[in-house]
Ligand binder design. Structure first.
Ligand SMILES: Cc1ncc(COP(=O)(O)O)c(C=O)c1O
Length: 429
């Protein structure tokens, strides 16, 4: 592939290419990347950045991993893609089998989809179709908790936090859902039943209309980077069962070890009726997500009007993505990933603690391989993004949150560079 001169690349990007949550033309700086390897991102201008973002929770084993590359090459030699309607293939079946082994036992059926948002759409459709199949179409609304984030498509947006989730902008088209107060008791806090009172009251008053509760277990990600008590998740499961409401857990961000357990629901020792996974599923190699459910739920569809589940993405079960995902999961299990996360957690706690006394800082919290410095005021990205790049790290704060979720393969020196850069930049605010 021929390449563009750097200045022209930046200019064309500004004029024509839309970036996530960006204006057109984009007034914020973007940094052209030449390549990425291990935990480093090499910019076109020659600078190298230590990655503190794992490309939005995905690249758990870093970039350009030889094992993932090899898996992709080998699969390309067979086929990069083939439709999934009426056809099947080794990578999809083997991946489904592996996911069933890794997730809680009642989850037996795997629906592959293209992105996290789609996997949430699929989960919500599954819940609605389940109740329709049982002759209860009135159960079509959802209960969720404030500060959640589930994606940018319409059904997913309807269960995102109503304040920071763009509800105002799209109020005429979003489905109305029920929002329980966000959990207040932190991950290791002492449980008080009042924390779940609002969730419980909504089920009590509206349970007959609610198809499912949906939330991110233990770690609320893009809606606020909050860590809350696993007891909330346990109690929510009990309450859902008591009110005949399904439980959908969104582990798109937390899945595959990020919180210290393979899946965050393991902190609570419970399993959902429907589970959404994505992001780290392919180790950040390419987009793939999945929605898993129980036999009981999927087999109910046969009793309904449609008889089948009404969803089928064009690129469903893409063989290339499935093959890479299988290798990514094998890679994760080829070393003691739990110790690696434990070391990252310990170092993040130590490295970010000095931030706590800085005037700009409201809170510092760490869980697994997630470190968060919450500020009193939102950062100015135009100012702080280049400052982090000048420190030799890649971090992408949002709102009042400066945070890192580095690749699991990061070394102590590289992680020190990240925590040091956070301290320096936040000190100067
Ligand atoms: C918990 C959670 N759910 C869903 C999504 C949406 O995933 P995607 O961006 O792949 O559509 C995200 C993305 O950040 C997420 O963190």
């Amino acid at each position: 592939m021929s390449s563009l001169p750097l200045a022209e690349l930046i200019d064309l990007d500004r004029q024509h290419v839309w970036h996530p949550y960006a204006a057109m033309p984009n007034p914020l700086p973007v940094f052209p990347v030449r390549s990425a390897k291990g935990v480093c991102i090499e910019l076109e201008d020659g600078r190298t950045l230590v990655d503190g973002m794992s490309s939005w929770w995905t690249c758990i084993h870093g970039y350009n991993h030889p094992r993932l590359n090899r898996a992709a090459h080998e699969q390309i030699e067979q086929m990069a893609h083939v439709m999934f309607g009426g056809l099947t293939h080794q990578p999809a079946v083997m991946l489904a089998q592996r996911l069933i082994e890794l997730t809680p036992e009642p989850l037996q059926h795997v629906f592959f989809c293209d992105s996290g948002s789609v996997s949430v759409e699929v989960a919500m459709k599954m819940a609605v179709q389940y109740w329709c199949s049982l002759g209860k179409p009135e159960k079509h609304r959802f209960l969720t908790i404030r500060n959640g984030y589930h994606g940018d498509t319409f059904a997913a947006m309807s269960v995102c936090d109503p304040i920071n989730g763009m509800h105002h902008l799209f109020r005429d088209v979003l489905m109305g859902q029920y929002f329980a107060d966000a959990p207040q008791i932190p991950f290791e806090g002492v449980w008080r039943e009042e924390d779940i009172a609002s969730f419980s009251a909504l089920l009590e008053n509206h349970g007959e209309e609610i198809a499912a509760a949906i939330f991110e277990p233990v770690v609320q990600g893009a809606g606020g980077m909050r860590f809350y008590s696993p007891e909330y998740v346990r109690r929510a499961k009990e309450l859902c069962q008591a009110h005949d409401v399904l439980l959908i857990l969104d582990e798109i961000a937390t899945g595959f070890g990020r919180s210290g357990k393979l899946f965050a629901c393991e902190h609570a020792g419970i399993h959902p009726d429907i589970l959404c996974i994505g992001k780290a599923l392919t180790g950040g190699f390419m987009s793939l997500a999945a929605t898993l459910t129980t036999r009981e739920i999927s087999q109910t569809f046969a009793k309904g009007e449609a008889g089948v589940f009404m969803h089928g993405p064009t690129f469903m079960g893409n063989p290339l993505a499935c093959a890479v995902s299988l290798e990514n999961i094998a890679l994760l299990h080829s070393y003691d990933w739990q110790s690696a996360i434990g070391s990252i957690e310990a170092q993040l706690k130590q490295g970010l603690e000095p931030c706590r006394i800085l005037p700009a800082v409201k809170d510092v919290r760490v869980l697994g391989a997630i470190g968060v410095v919450e500020l009193h005021h939102p950062v100015d990205m135009k100012v702080v993004q280049p400052q982090f790049v000048d420190q030799g790290v890649w971090l992408r704060p949002f709102g009042r949150l400066v945070y890192t979720m580095p690749p699991y393969i990061i070394g102590p020196e590289q992680l020190s560079l990240i925590t040091g850069a956070i301290y320096k930049v936040v000190s100067a605010l």
